[in-house]
Design a protein. Sequence first.
Length: 225
Amino acid sequence: MDESQYVDRDQRAIWFSVLNMRRWEIVMQDIKLDEMSIYTGESKKSAVLDSFYSKIGLPQKEFEEFKKIAITHIPTISCTADKNDCTFPQRCSDQVLKMPNLYIQLGTKDVFNVPKKHYMTDIKIGNYPGCRIEITNSGEESVAILGTPFLYNYYGIYDLKNSRAGLFAHKSSEGTITKGGVDRSVEDSILPGWAIFVIIAGVVGLVAIIGIFIYVRMRNKRLQN
């Protein structure tokens, strides 16, 4: 471990249990564009730390939400259907202030910021300057892939022996790590809507049956008298 890369000597890496050792997969709790969450929450999601991946790949539904929001910020953005590459015909620096910062919550409460300028790359569109957004569809329903735009700001440590991965902001990082993440363990404990409906219907039905039983019993007593 290269501890000289720590911002200060008191800083320590944030460790995450690895779900899948074959590709360094850890729990992901939330994805935000500035203050807006685009996390669908329909199933538990995870993130893969991949230094060989040149982009950030979001799960399918989260990527579709990202595209909608990005286009509201820069209407000239267009995305290809086959590669899911999103570009617009200007230098990135001309429009970077209009785009939101990306925040990814890993583990419990740790939120990692990806500055907007780090997920945008200057390219050529024909003979003219253009900009490519380095956020794409991961091709998976519940897995994000955190490649170069993310790892540019965070130093990764891979502990094979203890099945864990560590992250921290290096000295030159422009990213930030905060502790203000959501706690989805509470949400996970809440029953889905259909289950709540079934329980309520069952209770109402039971009360109705008891009421009918009491009514019939009282009526029979009156008839006997």
